[in-house]
Design a binder for this molecule. Sequence first.
Ligand code: IMP
Length: 418
Amino acid sequence: MTNKAVIGLQWGDEGKGKIVDYLSEKFDLVTRYQGGNNAGHTVIVEDTTYKLNLIPSGVIRGKVCFLGQGIVLDPEHFLNEYKKICEKIIDPKIFLSSNIPLILNYHKQLDGINESILSGENKIGTTAKGIGPAYQDKVGRKSIKLYDLNNHSLLKEKLLTIKKFYDPILSTFNKKIINIEENLQLLNNFYNEIKKLIVDNNLIKKNFHNKKILFEGAQGALLDLDHGSYPFVTSSNTISSNILIGSGLQVNYETIGIFKAYATRVGNGPFPSELFDDTGDYIADKGVEFGTVTKRKRRCGWLDLVSLKYSCEINGVKELCITKVDVLNDLDKIKICKSYQGKYHHEINFNDSFYLDNCKLDSSDFDSFPGWGEIEGIKKYDSFPENLKNYISYIEEYLNIPISIVSLGPERNQTILR
Ligand code: IMP
């Protein structure tokens, strides 16, 4: 069996956490390679609910989890999450690449400033976790990285440079300027608590050479910094080709693409198949479509195969997993978006104004399917109602990729393999 990458094909929140938990049984190492605590997974195993933001959900099965250098890490948040997981799992095996850049308080303040200077619809609607500014510092060669934490004088010097750079902006916007001593103390306390988790990438490479690795994507392909609907994107590359850079592991892998039976988006940005009616509200309520990180209500819409096909191509997807099929059970009519104003994915540039501003759909852009009714308790694909099988076959034919996993609910045993 090869290494596998679990990638979200929509705008995040596709249910990757549950699928990583499910698949991780057969893997030795589970690795995150991008994003930060802007991501959020809820995984339910028997009577226990696990809420995770940074730690890969493979931790629940006792797998070794590695956070690669492509992520950005908020020390306070990580410590909190780590302590909570230690209450539920004895001696979790979690390792952090020493090359990880940190998110500090000024990044969160800068995230707020960035949003405040944008007006109305131009606001990105970030998670306000400081993700963008932390990645800006990485590219701007100003990050404090985990490997800096054991060198007090270097750390202080770096913080002084950062202070020179950001204090003028922070004070212009009436925000708290950078307090060197406060930051040094926070980082020192953090380092003392987690230093045993920090590893050199080479150690992971050496120990997991020839072992099976599962890569856990965060956010979704349509939020990719380069390939998504810029500027309404996150600040990292979410697609599979970032895996080798973000994890530092030079291995081959195959990609399984995860998508919901409908579509959701949090924050601003284009969403051609968005529903503005009672059906949209119904899906949001039944699917509990409220952000795990920000608690915002997610925008809901019909499954959009135009963007899904694009996502499959840019991720080299070999197999698919459809999630939250049960949310649509009770609807009489279910729609799928097959074109944008008669155009297909190869006719669309996902960064230009056709997509960003004026992609309004009409009825000829959708196909309709009859509902499939109750599916609770079904354990085999063969037992699915014909209407559901037809819905699934239509998607497979359109994308020309097999759906190998169907998820009918949040529990592990509500996962059907084909
Ligand atoms: P940021 O990642 O906090 O900078 O937010 C940028 C955009 O990505 C906003 O529209 C967020 O709502 C969205 N976003 C970031 N992380 C997630 C996620 O895990 N799920 C869904 N949307 C996300």
